[in-house]
Every structure is written in C-alpha cells, then in structure tokens.
Design a protein around this ligand. Sequence first.
Ligand code: IPE
Ligand code: IPE
Ligand code: MG
Length: 239
Amino acid sequence: MDLDSIDGSRLPVHVGCVMDGNGRWARKQGLPRTEGHSAGEEALFDAVEGMLELGIRWFTVYAFSTENWRRPPDEVRFLMNFNQDLLIRRRDELNGKGVRIRFAGRRDWRVPRRLLRRIQESEALTEDNRRLTLTMAFNYGGRAEIVDAVRALAASGVAASRVDERAIRSHLYYPDAPDPDLVIRTSGEFRISNFLLWQLAYSELVFSDVLWPDFRRQHLFEAVREFQRRDRRYGGVEA
Ligand code: IPE
Ligand code: IPE
Ligand code: MG
C-alpha cells in the first residue's frame, strides 16, 4: 500500500482511532499486559507520521476511557505513569514537527496531579502548532462529555427553548474540532466503547483485526482507501 493509491483530493479531514488490543498482543508474546501498552507507543508515532505524510490535520486517539478505571490498580497506575513519561519523552519531538497536543476528557481528582501538570505543559508548548492536532482522549467518555456539555449549558442559564444541537456542540470539550470523517478501531472488536458519541453521528467506521502495537502507517493508508470507497449520504440520496 503506497500513497499513490490514495486520492489526495478526498482525504478525511479528521481521523479518530480506538487503539485497542494491547493486552492481547502482550499475551500472545507471553508478556504482561503492560508491555502491550509500551509497544503501542511506536504504533501511535508511526500513525502520526502517516498523518503528516498524508497531510491530515486532525487525529484523535482513545488512550484511556472513563471505564478503564475498572482495571486492576497496577495497570491503571502503569498507564498514568506511561502517559506522563510519554509526554516528557515526546513532546519536543512533536512540537518540532508542528503537532499541537491536546487532551480531551475529565481532568478530575483521579488523574494524578503530576500527569495533569505534564498535560498542561505539553498543551501550552504546542498550542500555536497547526500542522496536525493530536488529541488524546484521556479519562474520556462520550457520555461524560455530553453530560459535561449539558451541565455547562444549564449553568449558563440558557432557556430550554434555546437548547439545540449547536448549543450542545458549542459546549463539547473542543467545539473547534470538525467531526471525525473516519474512525478506525483495531483488534477485531466491533464496538465504539463510548468514544466521541456525539461527533460520530456520520463517521465512516473501519474495523481492523490488527492489534494496536502492530499498527503502522500502512494500515492507516488502507483504512483511508477503504474510506474513499464509501458513499456518504448523510440521510440524503446518491448524487
Ligand atoms: C487498549 O488495549 C489500551 C487501553 C484500553 C488503555 P487494551 O488494554 O484494551 O487491550 P486488550 O483489549 O485487553 O487486548
Ligand atoms: C476502548 O478500549 C478504550 C481505549 C482504547 C482507550 P477498551 O478495551 O477499554 O474497550 P472494551 O472494554 O473492549 O469495550
Ligand atoms: Mg481492549
């Protein structure tokens, strides 16, 4: 799969990715689950390179869900430290490539304060970059995001008759981000698991059997080709 087979005039503007299968990848190699998370770093950065090669400007990845707190405390602790270290290790490199780093999700008491600090520093460091916006959905849940938006709306004192789709959208975590055109889920699971529920209304979904640590830009290119074969109708009829 090479870039030539992709139609540069019909690229998705925003790609989302549910990076799933780290635990199964590790188990297959006889390793602890946490080794799968570590191995996922290379997959993420290769996918980022693929986005830059294609010229796609928005990439949102699911890194930790509001439901992932149900995992064993050791794994949760590992993931908190891992994401913190990843930011420290990689933020200058991402900044140098023109990537804007953002975190979407609840910044509540469960997220260690030192990780929150690294998140804030990374966002501040890269806030003027526009080549690619890499949003890490972290302590993120689609339902929680909608609840937070509705709460903010209610707190603003808006009249019930003024609540419409635009009002709700404007209170999502990042109202400036376009809805994802393409969402990829790896590891052979056919579900959304609470990712971007509002924004997914008309996204094209591509499911891949590849376990996340094995994912490379070629798999991204394949998914984009699949996206380009789809006929998006948005409830209308074919043109
Ligand atoms: C995805 O891989 C990473 C996170 C949810 C943090 P998993 O850890 O869910 O891997 P599987 O699904 O158990 O294989
Ligand atoms: C979704 O994967 C969350 C992330 C990839 C961060 P999960 O592994 O948590 O989803 P389920 O439990 O299989 O639905
Ligand atoms: Mg999983």
